[in-house]
Design a protein around this ligand. Structure first.
Ligand SMILES: C[S@@+](CC[C@H](N)C(=O)[O-])C[C@H]1O[C@@H](n2cnc3c(N)ncnc32)[C@H](O)[C@@H]1O
Length: 375
């Protein structure tokens, strides 16, 4: 059965995500603000959850209707055949985000929709399911914009950037999905060396290794939302997993290097890369920026230096950014460098003219991914 899906992503990542979804071979792929729509079957849903590197969630759209009043909301949600998705023994939770609508309270809208769902189940099954707001079997989302309501089921459960390999959190790690997006935006395809000289907990090198070795990012995850659904098909899921495992390359022809000044960050990075199953594909070393010799060009350098959000941090960081610029000029001829920075004043201290600026959001922080061609 063909269904409508919406994969969510961070602002600025929609185009990269649309290209990833196209590669899954599904139909009707269209970019929207905050995500990408596509059509497919349940197997496509499993594959999207397992393979998408830059998405946060894959939502299944189950109804769309005009909605100006609480009664219209109740009736619209009630008209969905919930016994397809739920039994009284499964738990549910309803979340709502809304704007520019006559209904203005998201908590109230979620409650109204929950009432409609449990009433529908009680009528069809004689019993009502329980609500579990922390770990529900079925997470229902309402999206109410300009008095138009979209009801969807979250097939991912926890956000897809939680791959499962990063248990130790170093200060200010990049979200895995954003690291994957930066790698895609850099155009790196595994054909030349990739270097991150401020790798912190290693997110960029790990995501690069996962991509180059064709390892599905979800292979290290413990579970997905759809595995608890009434309709879950374990055989189809096993086939999707098997297909992914068969594609993994155990070796790479190019080097992926991560270095950092901090010994503790490198300890975390080494644990993460091992847990991700790509420990043999990435080399880490301790080095300050400007130390060490990069692999011969051409190559790609990717990094996100500290932004300095706290007072008094900016002055020493200006020196660091200048050092990064000097190092690029001196040691990285023939490389293309991409620096993600959330602080334009600091970025200007690099002292090179970027050939491209891409706006991305690292959580709430508006950042620029700056591209430098080093001649
Ligand atoms: C924002 S964090 C990078 C986070 C990383 N992308 C991750 O996902 O964990 C910046 C990193 O730059 C490192 N760093 C700061 N000064 C440095 C220097 N002079 N040379 C090398 N690394 C440095 C810090 O130790 C920190 O790990």
């Amino acid at each position: 059965m063909e269904m409508d899906f919406f994969a969510t992503a961070a602002k600025g990542v929609e185009e990269v995500l649309a290209a990833e979804i196209e590669r899954l071979g599904v139909s009707d792929v269209t970019q929207e603000k905050g995500g990408v729509r596509f059509k497919g079957g349940m197997r496509d849903c499993y594959r999207a959850n397992l393979w998408l590197r830059t998405a946060h969630r894959v939502l299944v759209t189950v109804a769309e209707f005009a909605c100006e009043t609480p009664q219209q909301l109740y009736d619209g949600v009630r008209s969905i055949s919930w016994q397809q998705y739920l039994t009284p023994d499964l738990t549910l939770a309803v979340s709502c985000n809304l704007r520019d609508s006559k209904i203005t309270h998201s908590g109230f809208a979620a409650l109204k929709a929950k009432d409609a769902i449990v009433d529908s189940l009680r009528d069809s099954c004689g019993r009502r399911p329980n609500v579990d707001s922390r770990t529900p079997d079925l997470q229902v989302n309402l999206h109410l914009v300009r008095n138009y309501c979209t009801v969807s089921l979250d097939s991912s459960g926890s956000s897809l950037d939680k791959r499962g390999y990063r248990l130790d959190r170093k200060e200010a790690p990049l979200r895995e999905s954003l690291a994957a997006a930066i790698i895609d935006l850099s155009g790196w395809d595994g054909g030349v060396p990739l270097v991150d000289p401020m790798c912190g907990s290693g997110t960029i090198p790990v995501e690069a290794a996962l991509k180059a070795s064709r390892r599905a990012p979800g292979l290290t995850r413990a579970d997905f939302g759809f595995q608890r659904w009434k309709s879950f098909d374990p055989e189809a899921w096993s086939a999707v997993l098997k297909e992914a495992q068969e594609q993994v390359c155990e070796t790479l022809a190019v080097q992926i290097l991560g270095s950092d000044l901090s010994v503790t960050a490198l300890e975390v990075a080494r644990r993460n890369v091992d847990r991700a199953g790509v420990g043999n594909l990435v080399s880490f070393s301790r080095a300050g920026i400007g130390e060490g010799v990069p692999p011969v060009s051409p190559g790609i350098l990717l990094c996100n230096p500290p932004y300095g959000v706290r007072l008094g941090e900016e002055e020493p960081l200006k020196i660091l950014y200048k050092k990064l610029g000097d190092t690029l000029k001196k040691s990285y001829q023939g490389y293309t460098a991409f620096v993600l920075s959330g602080n334009p004043q600091l970025a200007s201290c690099i002292g090179l003219k970027p050939s491209r600026r891409i706006v991305l959001f690292n959580g709430p922080i508006e950042c620029r991914l700056l591209k430098y061609e080093i001649y």
